[in-house]
Design a protein around this ligand. Structure first.
Ligand SMILES: [Zn+2]
Length: 163
């Protein structure tokens, strides 16, 4: 009797977490690796159908998965990094930084990007989150362009001396 109740509860939980037609971007390799790594308390393999809640972080999200032992485990939807310029920060999903680079690269802008995502039934990224990630990637882009400019100037200088 007990397993049937558990299965029903699990089904009800699973259906209430995800909306019909809702789509998400996730990294299958990372998620399956974290699920197989198991529960932080007992080490049992975790199952994506045991999700009880989720927290969105831009295009990334945390899935809170309940283990058989009763322990709650946070599984990330993909790879994360931390802000190197700050001592301690919350994990930053790589997908959000990559979105900022893609928006810069394509020139789409925040509004068109979110419309594109909405047409695909994928929750978008807020303007404030995107601004933070744009600030982050602009530092990297500036560093790369500065290095490239220095290299070009050095090559130009060397070429003029060898003439
Ligand atoms: Zn456990």
């Amino acid at each position: 009797m007990l397993p049937i109740i558990r299965k029903t509860q699990r089904l009800r939980t699973y259906q209430s977490i995800w909306l019909p037609g809702e789509r998400r971007i996730f990294e299958p390799y990372q998620v399956s690796k974290d699920l197989k790594a198991g529960c932080t308390d007992c080490g049992s393999t975790l199952h994506i159908t045991d999700i009880v809640s989720k927290t969105n972080c831009g295009l990334g999200f945390f899935m809170y998965i309940l283990c058989e032992c009763g322990s709650m485990n946070a599984i990330k939807s993909g790879k994360v990094h931390h802000d190197a310029s700050k001592f301690k920060t919350r994990p930053i999903f790589d997908i959000n930084s990559k979105a900022a680079i893609a928006i810069y690269d394509t020139g789409l802008g925040e509004h068109k990007t979110n419309r594109f995502l909405a047409d695909l039934n994928i929750p978008g990224i807020s303007a404030s989150s995107l601004a933070k990630r744009e600030k982050e990637v602009s530092r990297s882009i500036k560093k790369v362009t500065d290095e490239s400019l220095d290299r070009s100037l050095e090559e130009e200088k060397n070429a003029s001396f060898s003439r």
